[in-house]
Design a protein. Structure first.
Length: 190
């Protein structure tokens, strides 16, 4: 995220709509990038980012100025996305019977050097294929650096379940990476 001037933030605290819009333009792409890791649906993602931005504005007057602004915004965005997903899941459970997910075939693979063989979009597509909770936990742990205790508290699961989801996501990603890398390895050996 970009460094922001204290005067812009002060104008936002004073509810200067031009400053708030300027802050929105500065933060929007970064907040969307964060939300993208947790939410597949673009419309929901945009709505969640807007909600997160409103929370940022609402809590700006009480923000601890010693905390980095970017990290504070990231945390609000992640919490907003996860809370909205949890609320949506509760509402869906009340309306629709629980469905059993199909198990995927798992493959093991040596994934050394894979990052050189696949595109970022391919990797994001693979992340999108992970089961929702495993994707959330993996993102929080591996990308955002949360501890299993924090993840467990946020998602209302045990620390052991958090660890299981990280391992499960790794196994699924390894299988998908192995499948994606095979064509690249065949081309290199030819």
């Amino acid at each position: 995220m970009l460094r922001l001037s204290d005067s812009l933030l002060e104008r936002c605290v004073r509810k200067d709509s031009a400053a708030q819009f300027e802050l929105y333009k500065v933060l929007r792409n970064d907040l969307l990038s964060i939300a993208r890791r947790y939410e597949r649906d673009a419309q929901l993602r945009n709505a969640m980012v807007n909600t997160a931005f409103m929370k940022i504005l609402d809590h700006l007057p009480t923000r601890d100025p010693s905390a980095p602004f970017e990290a504070w915004c990231r945390r609000i965005t992640i919490n907003t996305v996860l809370n909205e997903q949890r609320d949506r899941k509760v509402a869906e459970r009340a309306q629709v019977p629980t469905l059993v997910e199909n198990a995927e075939n798992l493959y093991t693979a040596d994934v050394n050097g894979v990052e050189e063989m696949i595109e970022t979009e391919e990797l994001q597509h693979m992340m999108d294929q992970l089961p929702t909770v495993s994707r959330q936990v993996f993102n929080l742990y591996a990308i955002d650096g949360w501890k299993h205790r924090e993840i467990a508290e946020q998602l209302h699961i045990s620390e052991g379940t958090s660890k299981w989801h990280v391992n499960h996501a790794r196994q699924l990603l390894q299988a998908m990476l192995a499948k994606a890398v095979r064509p690249h390895l065949i081309l290199q050996s030819a």
